[in-house]
Design a protein around this ligand. Structure first.
Ligand code: TIU
Length: 233
């Protein structure tokens, strides 16, 4: 099993028990007129991770490894939207109201869909989640258990919100988490920097971080075991 260069120490990449998770690569967070802009965020800051995630998705597909895609959204009747979340931040356009890409953060609307560079393939697992934690009111834990996945390579937006929350919640459930440094972005570069540091502090209290080229180089060289349970799935 290969080890890859990571912080705070090398990460053992177990081809038979690992998945890539791409968190909330949605138009509402990445493109003009979506939820992020309604909160006053500068979406330019989160564009760099999009092509990096595209490369990681291609490598995981080539290796026959599972990819999970999450999207933050709510039911059309907003029954899963807490009033506190709807009012938080005093946004210009609230969740459920109409923006240029349909109803903001409502499942099925154009804004909730994935940016074209990071779209799921037909057979990949897609999770609609009402919160920042990808485990909250979703089947993620059950899916990972069923697929015998014990390690997660984590990517997506935003670093200190849904990405960090999910990594902490995965860590508490016993998953080994490797966050890809250039495969995640924040509207606030200083928050990204501090989050990356905080996650690996204290001997990797929440997990590991690495650069995408280290991971991609290793995946290009290693031939995953032919008996991988994910190959046939
Ligand atoms: N606002 C912000 O930074 N993030 C979110 O609301 N959701 C995610 O991080 N996906």
């Amino acid at each position: 099993m290969p080890f890859i260069d990571a912080k705070p120490f090398p990460f053992q990449f177990d081809f038979d028990h690992i998945a890539l998770i791409c968190i909330d690569m949605q138009r509402d967070f990445c493109q003009p007129g979506g939820f992020a802009e309604s909160l006053g965020n500068n979406i330019a800051n989160i564009q760099p991770c999009i092509p990096v995630i595209g490369k990681l998705q291609a490598a995981f597909r080539k290796a026959g490894l599972p990819i999970i895609h999450t999207k933050e959204c709510h039911q059309p009747d907003l029954s899963d939207l807490p009033t506190a979340k709807r009012n938080r931040g005093n946004p210009k356009v609230k969740i459920g109201e109409f923006g240029p890409m349909g109803r903001i953060l409502v499942d099925g609307e154009p804004g909730v869909e994935f940016v074209s560079e990071n779209e799921p393939r037909e057979y990949e697992h897609v999770i609609s989640k009402p919160g920042k934690d990808s485990f909250y009111r979703t089947d993620l834990d059950e899916y990972l258990t069923r697929r015998k996945i014990s390690g997660l390579v984590i990517t997506g937006v935003t670093t200190e919100v849904c990405v960090q929350t999910t990594m902490r919640c995965a860590n508490d459930r016993g998953y080994d988490c490797l966050l890809v440094e250039d495969g995640t972005d924040s509207y606030f570069p200083e928050f990204k920097e501090m989050t990356l540091k905080a996650l690996v502090a204290q001997g990797g209290i929440v997990g590991w971080t690495c650069k995408s080229d280290v991971l991609l180089d290793m995946m290009a060289k290693e031939v995953p075991g032919q008996t991988s349970p994910h190959k046939a799935a």
